[in-house]
Design a protein around this ligand. Structure first.
Ligand code: BES
Ligand code: MN
Ligand code: ZN
Length: 504
């Protein structure tokens, strides 16, 4: 995104812009604060709008007023904050996003806005400022990397959004909040871009090259990229079995972000990076198969989190593991009935080649427990359709036996409004993945498939505090929302960044 996000001290009604954004709580009779100041400068135009009933301040509603020379800006956009008692950070984010998108639709260049919730509200100013900045950026995201012909709508772009603050004492806080929001948005956008890219572009090699670029960009990030041979030497027989069916080679990427002293235990995030999941020999139906380009969503979150953590210079040590491969049917492809050996020595009977994500994660988790003594290991994976059936498209499944880790992730999820729901690690269902021919089998069948998948992963997360997030639902949206257009959501990046901040 080329748009600049800036800050300025002064009165919004005096700011020189093409459009200024102010706000109103629902059922306010007389606007106060900055909105009141604009209203007075306009001779009561906002009050009129309210009294005739054309604007009530309903959450995310908007109205445009033309100022006819009364202030420098020719237009005022007023956005509804909804019920004052229900106002929260998510509302601030969504209000900012809605207003920014509306401004872009009007095809203006320079926008000025107040900080939503920065005045009287019940929010901390730094949080409100960050939410306003973050919402503005997230809402304006678009993915058009592969379009040569763009419509007029698609070509519109704001030049700048300036957050205007009257109190001089708040400017440093505002500046920091904007910088933080930019670093976080950069991570979310990287994740969204990778997931939106088609399977022929976002290959394992491509994911590895993006990771390499991150390591070049940030001194604090180091990287190792492994191919088939090295993975064989490491004993990653589960991951490699999935990869053997494709012409394009797999990539195992280890990124280390050093933001804390050497001796401090890292947090490990591991991502499923199936760059396209055909199902393999257990092939998927062709209808909607294109969606399986999103099957590297977990890996994309890992890259986004590393980008954001490094950009924020978070005082933590972070390890990002990416297991990237296609899952293809082929003469060399693995088959149902195959028995393979994972890095931790356990043997796996392949029941379905479509249960491939857990094969890759088995070796990533084995690698994490062999090579680190982490504070926590969190894997992210578009792992099961069953999780989408259970929780729908907006909520991720959270699986862990560690209550404190569950609590930490739930707290982070609430703070950023990326909802998770804890699912049971129901030990009795271990029966369902018992194999006659190996230590474990890779599918427990149809029922409770999200749970049996998590129980399978547990076999490889030996001796580490581990949690699993099944993001098969929230990785993608079929309709737009205030903070994102339809398509890749970047779900998980803000959650994990918040989690890391709380663990530093
Ligand atoms: N990538 C899929 C899961 C998926 C399904 C993600 C729908 C998003 C939307 C995964 O690899 C898969 O195929 N899982 C199977 C597991 C089964 C074979 C045990 C599933 O969920 O059906
Ligand atoms: Mn699959
Ligand atoms: Zn998959």
């Amino acid at each position: 995104m080329n748009m600049k996000l800036l800050s300025s001290q002064g009165s919004i009604q005096e700011f020189d812009a093409d459009l200024v954004i102010v706000n109103l709580f629902e059922n306010t009779e007389k606007p106060g604060g900055a909105t009141g100041a604009v209203d007075r400068a306009l001779g009561g135009a906002i009050s009129d709008l309210i009294s005739v009933g054309d604007f009530t301040g309903k959450r995310l509603s908007t109205a445009v007023l033309y100022t006819r020379g009364a202030i420098k800006a020719p237009r005022v956009l007023i956005v509804g904050l909804g019920d004052k008692d229900k106002f929260d950070l998510q509302t601030a984010r969504e209000v900012a996003a809605t207003a920014a998108v509306r401004a872009r639709d009007l095809d203006v260049r320079r926008v000025a806005s107040i900080v939503h919730g920065g005045g009287t509200g019940n929010l901390d100013y730094a949080d409100a400022a960050q939410a306003t900045a973050e919402g503005t950026l997230l809402g304006l995201y678009r993915f058009d990397a592969n379009k040569r012909e763009k419509s007029e709508d698609e070509r519109r772009e704001l030049e700048s959004v300036t957050l205007v603050e009257f109190e001089g004492s708040r400017m440093a806080t505002l500046g920091k909040a904007i910088a933080r929001a930019q670093a976080i948005a950069r991570g979310v956008f990287l994740t969204r871009d990778l997931v939106n890219q088609p399977a022929n572009i976002a290959s394992p090699e491509y994911l590895a090259s993006v990771a390499t670029h991150l390591a070049e960009k940030y001194d604090s990030v180091s990287i190792s990229v492994y191919g088939r041979e090295e993975m064989e030497q490491m004993g990653m027989g589960a991951f490699l079995s999935v990869a053997q069916g494709s012409y394009d080679p797999p990539r195992f990427v280890v990124m280390e972000y050093h933001g804390a002293p050497e001796g401090e235990a890292p947090v490990v995030v591991a991502g499923k990076g199936i760059t396209f999941d055909t199902g393999g020999i257990s092939i998927k139906p062709s209808q909607e198969m294109w969606r399986m380009k999103t099957d590297m969503g977990g890996a994309a979150v890992v890259l986004g989190v590393v980008e954001a953590a490094a950009g924020l210079a978070l005082p933590v040590n972070l390890v990002g593991l990416v297991g990237a491969t296609y899952n293809m049917p082929d003469g060399k492809a693995y088959r149902p009935s195959d028995v393979v050996r994972a890095m931790n020595g356990k043997t796996i009977e392949v029941i379905s080649t479509d249960a491939e994500g857990r094969m890759v994660l088995a070796d990533l988790l084995s690698y994490a427990s062999k090579n680190y003594e982490p504070k926590a290991v969190v894997d992210l994976a578009t792992l099961t359709g069953g999780c989408v059936v259970a929780l729908g498209k907006e909520i991720a499944g959270l699986f862990t036996e560690k209550d404190d880790l569950a609590g930490g992730l739930e707290q982070a999820a609430r703070a950023v409004s990326e909802p998770v729901w804890r699912m049971p690690m129901y030990d009795e269902y271990k029966e369902l993945i018992k194999s006659d021919f190996a230590d474990v089998k890779n599918s427990g069948g149809r029922w409770a498939s999200a749970i049996t998948a998590a129980l399978f992963l547990r076999e490889f997360a030996e001796g580490i505090p581990w949690a699993h997030l099944d993001i098969a639902g929230p990785v993608w949206r079929d309709s737009s929302a205030p903070l994102m257009p339809k398509g890749a959501t970047g779900f998980g990046v803000r959650l994990l960044v918040n989690f890391l901040e709380n663990n530093s």
